[in-house]
Each structure stands twice: as C-alpha cells, then as structure tokens.
Write a protein that binds this ligand. Structure first.
Ligand code: ATP
Length: 230
C-alpha cells in the first residue's frame, strides 16, 4: 500500500536519509525504530511533503506522492501526528481534534468526536477546555486524536509514546489496534521500542539514514534488545 523506494533526503550538507526503501503493507502496523537522528522523522515528513526529497519515490497505492503537492496529500486520506505534542493551545480540546476533520460535515464531525471520546475518555471530560491547559500526556492524546479524526486510511504517528505515562500508552495502543481492525494502515516511529513492539506487526531498525534490519516483531525485538533500543 505504501512503498518508499530509494528515498534520499538532505538538509544542506547533512544526509538524513540515504536511498532508503520501506514497504508498509495494507492493514499492517509498521514501526520504525531508531535512536535520535536515525532519520525517522525525516521519513515521515517526506511522506507528508513537509521536507523536500532529493531523489526516490513514495508510492501510495501505486500513486507517486512526490508528484502530489503537500497541501493535496491530506485528500489522499493520510493522518499525521507530529513528534512533540503539538496542539493549538488557545483552542478547545474539541476544536483541536476536529481541526483534523475539516473536510467532514458537521454531523460526521460529531460522530467522529464521539467515537474518539470512546477510545480516549479524556476527550469527553475536557472537550471545552483550552488545550494549552492540559498535561503533556493529554496534549499528546489530542494530537493523535486529531490525526485519527478524518477517517484516514494511512496513519503516520511520529513518536506517539515518547515520555508518556502507562495509562496514555495503553489508550493509544488500544486505539491503534482498533484502527487496524478496521483496515487502517499505520506507520509509527519510536526510540523507546518496547510499547511500540506490542502494537506493531512488523518493522525496521534505522540508523544514520539507512535500514539496519527489518522483519517481524519477534526478530526485531531481539535486534532492538541487542542494539539497546529497549
Ligand atoms: P529524533 O528522534 O531526534 O527526531 P529522527 O530519527 O527522527 O530523530 P531526524 O529528525 O529525521 O531523525 O534527523 C535525521 C538527521 O537529519 C539528523 O542528523 C538531524 O540532525 C538532521 N536534521 C533533521 N532535521 C533537520 C533540519 N531541519 N535541518 C538540518 N538537519 C536536520
């Protein structure tokens, strides 16, 4: 479903991704594991068009996204949650979440919010509060719910578990499983691989802009352990 072929991303003289290739089969949850600077965010950001690519292809169901303007990629039903709890602090929790669902009608938005509040009860309890008043973990949930709000078919989550308490990790993991059960394809990144390995179906270990290993979860658990990503 998503295929990245020979992708190179460069920032000035720094090569963040060096001819990297990954495949994310439809309906799977794929994790990119790697330390700081491995290139995980660069890969996600290249998929949504936030960083320019130097060469390579990003195919979503055979369509080359590198030929689609970044502003038009949301119409391809790609949901994206950035690293680092980005919320609009002076907007309410509900408006933050629904900012991701602007293309839906009002009734659909209400249904989407209700569904997400079923996964994350905090969204019901704090719907009218300003997002800037929430804890870090709650803000992360808001950012992830925003990515999920428009009914994506591909969900990109950049470090969704970073620094979170177990209660939020559990809720986010359950939500990812629920989306997968509905056929949504997920690509997520993590430095702290353990919680992510519980939810992913396969993955890649990255370092210095290249893939070191790839495979099923059991193989990766061994590799990640040996390379101290757990
Ligand atoms: P992290 O977990 O810290 O986000 P990462 O695996 O996501 O790490 P990237 O953020 O993709 O890695 O960074 C890959 C490389 O590109 C690093 O060497 C980083 O310093 C460099 N880099 C990332 N963004 C920029 C930028 N905007 N300008 C210059 N160099 C950058």
């Amino acid at each position: 479903m998503l295929e990245v072929r020979d992708l190179t991303v460069q920032y000035g003289g720094i090569q963040a991704l060096n001819r990297i290739s990954i495949t994310v089969p439809a309906g799977e949850t794929v994790i990119l594991i790697g330390a700081n600077g491995a290139g995980k965010s660069s890969l996600i950001n290249a998929i949504i068009g936030m960083v320019p690519i130097r060469s390579g292809q990003i195919l979503l169901d055979g369509k080359d996204l590198t030929q689609v303007h970044a502003a038009d990629r949301a119409a391809c039903r790609i949901g994206y949650s950035p690293e680092g709890r980005r919320v609009f602090p002076t907007m309410t929790v509900q408006d933050n979440v629904l900012a991701g669902a602007a293309r839906l009608g009002r009734a659909e938005q209400a249904r989407a919010y209700e569904r997400l509040a079923g996964m994350f009860p905090m969204l019901a309890q704090r719907a009218g509060d300003l997002a800037g008043l929430l804890s870090g973990g709650q803000q992360q949930v808001v950012a992830i719910a925003r990515a999920m709000s428009a009914g994506p078919r591909l969900l990109l989550l950049d470090e969704p578990f970073l620094g979170l308490a177990p209660v939020w990790i559990r809720q986010i993991s359950d939500a990812i499983r629920q989306f997968r059960a509905e056929g949504v394809t997920v690509l997520m990144t993590e430095q702290m691989a353990l919680p992510a390995l519980k939810v992913a179906t396969r993955g890649y270990v990255m370092r210095g802009g290249v893939v070191l290993r790839q495979g099923g979860i059991e193989e990766l658990r061994g590799a990640a352990l040996a390379e101290e990503y757990l």
